[in-house]
Design a protein around this ligand. Structure first.
Ligand SMILES: Nc1nc2c(c(=O)[nH]1)N[C@H]1C(S)=C(S)[C@@H](COP(=O)(O)O)O[C@H]1N2
Ligand SMILES: [Mo]
Length: 423
């Protein structure tokens, strides 16, 4: 068990008047030690918390949550971040064992223990009726199942030049699993939105033990009320795995992964754009105009990153394989486009001079990924790269070199897979 002295000290520094608000901001349960651990100076704070029924949050080690998964490329253990090589993501529906994991801090012990004791999903703020829903309550709402692409905003960050800080994701911080849960809309309608409701502030139970503000992001009310936005309770037919947000997480289709709060326990309906740290500055925000690589645009010129851009992934063949002249090469992959639809995916084997059409396979449902496949025949030996380029229904397609932004978000440069052909 890890408890944070700094965190309690930070709280003590907060004036009484705003302390309640601060607690509200960090969520109704926080990482707090039992009485006595921090000495007399902290008792008042501790007792105050315990009086309000705030349970200590204990963060688990990643291995308790079954991490790393086999064949995972691990970027960090604490917090845990790992992805898979594209050729391991060929399945139409990504099995849980191949879904990347992106954590800003720890995994709550509750998730590892599959422990619902004391867990409620609180809906408060700009609502007529505050709700505190148990899992049983949530099960009373209609259950919806959808395949949804979930991609970290930083996927592809390692391809940015000059280098940017953050997890050096290659191309694998992306998956399309099947999610089951209740419509966020149904829950918000039960609470009753006031006309002042404009945004959500979403909170999880992964409270960092270094005293830093917990990871919290939000979405506009219009997106929250979209029929496809879910509070997911199951992944690929099973209760949510610890690493993916047990007991509940948001699924915000088409949008960057950070919108999809895990270990969800509070949705604060707000009368303004959610203004947590992870909604501000350079966090999950991109410049409103193309900038010179390496520049630091003023914060006023940044906007919140929302939907993903048109993109594709080559999952077959595996890179660096050797083929024979005149033998057909099976090429396959996925494509997706945030809020838009995919029109076509083209493939080139001569560095973008000529392009050939691929067979496009429609998604299982809105916001699932498309699949595409084709065959290449190369008649001369040598070194080749298979390039894929998706186009969406607005006419947008993927760039050949990666436009730059300070945090390496929304990278959608075309995917290239090198192969060789022997005579
Ligand atoms: N509570 C909480 N929710 C979170 C995060 C987090 O660190 N804490 N990370 C977000 C980010 S940045 C991404 S990309 C997705 C990753 O979801 P996954 O780990 O299930 O793949 O979860 C999002 N939800
Ligand atoms: Mo992310």
């Amino acid at each position: 068990m890890k408890f944070s002295v700094e965190y309690v000290k930070a709280l003590e520094a907060v004036p009484n008047a705003t302390r309640r608000d601060f607690l509200a901001r960090v969520g109704k349960s926080a990482l707090f030690a039992s009485l006595g651990i921090f000495g007399a100076g902290c008792e008042a704070v501790d007792r105050g918390l315990l009086d309000r029924g705030l349970a200590p949050i204990v963060l688990a080690d990643a291995h308790e949550a079954g991490l790393p998964k086999p064949d995972m490329l691990v970027h960090s253990e604490t917090p845990f971040n790992g992805e898979f090589a594209p050729h391991l993501l060929n399945a139409d529906v990504t099995p849980t064992e191949r879904h990347f994991v992106r954590n800003n801090s720890g995994i709550p012990q509750r998730a590892v223990n599959k422990d619902l004791h004391g867990w409620k999903l609180v809906i408060d703020g700009e609502v007529y009726k505050e709700l505190a829903l148990s899992m049983d309550d949530l099960m009373q709402f209609p259950q919806v199942t959808m395949e949804v692409v979930l991609e970290c905003a930083g996927n592809g960050r390692s391809l940015f030049e000059p280098k940017v800080s953050g997890n050096p994701w290659q191309r694998g911080a992306i998956a399309c699993s099947e999610w089951t849960g209740v419509r966020l809309r149904d829950v918000l309608q039960t609470a009753g939105l006031k006309p002042t409701a404009v945004y959500t502030g979403n909170y999880g139970e992964d409270i960092p033990n270094d005293g830093s503000e917990p990871f919290s992001r939000g979405i506009p009310i219009e997106k929250a009320m979209d029929e496809h936005t879910l509070i997911a309770l199951k992944m690929n037919g099973e209760v949510l795995p610890a690493a993916h947000g047990f007991p509940a997480r948001l699924i915000v289709p088409g949008w960057i992964g950070s919108a999809m709060q895990k270990w969800l326990h509070r949705i604060w309906v707000r009368d303004r754009v959610h203004d947590s740290k992870k909604m501000s500055g350079y966090s999950y925000r991109i410049p409103t105009y193309p900038i010179t690589p390496g520049d630091e645009p003023p914060v006023e010129d940044m906007r919140i990153a929302t939907a993903w851009r048109v993109k594709s992934l080559i999952t077959l063949p595996e890179p660096h394989l050797e083929f024979r002249t005149g033998t057909p090469i099976q090429v396959r992959g996925h494509a997706w486009a945030g809020e838009n639809h995919i029109d076509k995916v083209l493939v080139s084997s001569d560095f973008g001079v000529q392009w050939q059409e691929t067979l496009l396979i429609q998604p299982s449902n809105r916001y699932a990924w498309y699949h595409w496949e084709t065959e290449l025949m190369l008649s001369n030996r040598g070194y080749y790269e298979i390039w894929a380029r998706a186009y969406d229904d607005t006419g947008a397609s993927q760039p050949f070199t990666q436009p730059w932004n300070p945090k390496g978000y929304l990278g959608n440069v075309i995917h290239r897979v090198p192969i060789t052909v022997a005579a």
